[in-house]
Design a protein. Structure first.
Length: 190
């Protein structure tokens, strides 16, 4: 993401987390990538944030490596807690917030939310392309069932739900996921 840092525009990469791909050339959009991006946009757009450096300052692409704070909330951790990211790229330990991020990841994993809701999707090397490829990128695609629903229907976003003519989804309906239910009232894509 781009930020204004030390009076100039700079590109940052969040330390110790990896979200599914949405913009990588020659790579399909991966499950939960759009949700991770939308969540970042919702939380961060137009906000003043604080950057915290730890370890190497830049990656091989010249991006500033940092923790990102929104008020007193560590955004790196928030992405993990939502199930939109995994702990990764631990190249130069120790890192100040490593244990905190690992604990958040274990909690999300145990709850089976987001990236952890698709069996075999998350690996030590990233996201399993075979599982990602089977998810499809078209409206109403079917895929392995997220753990918060017993159905085999997977909608990547509400646009897919609407295109399939299934909106709104109620908790328990095929394809319902808490990630699609922004206000948490049990009704998704309303």
């Amino acid at each position: 993401m781009d930020v204004s840092y030390n009076g100039k525009q700079d590109t940052i990469r969040l330390l110790l987390i990896d979200t599914p791909e949405t913009h990588k050339p020659d790579t399909p959009v991966e499950p939960f990538g759009p949700e991770a991006s939308a969540y970042a946009e919702q939380v961060l757009a137009g906000r003043d944030v604080k950057l915290e450096l730890d370890g190497p300052q830049r990656d091989k692409y010249g991006r500033l490596l940092c923790y990102l704070w929104v008020g007193d909330q560590l955004f790196n951790k928030m992405q993990i807690e939502k199930g939109y990211a995994r702990v990764a790229y631990v190249y130069d330990p120790p890192y100040k917030h490593y244990d905190e991020l690992v604990a958040a990841e274990q909690k999300a994993k145990n709850a089976g939310i987001g990236i952890w809701s698709i069996p075999g999707y998350v690996t030590d090397e990233g996201y399993n392309p075979a599982v990602a490829g089977s998810m499809g990128n078209t409206a109403g695609s079917s895929a392995p069932a997220p753990n918060d629903n017993t159905s085999s229907v997977y909608y990547r976003n509400c646009a897919q739900v609407r295109a399939a003519g299934k909106a709104p989804l109620h908790r328990g309906d095929p394809g319902y996921r808490s990630q699609l239910d922004r206000d948490g009232d049990g009704i998704a894509c309303e």
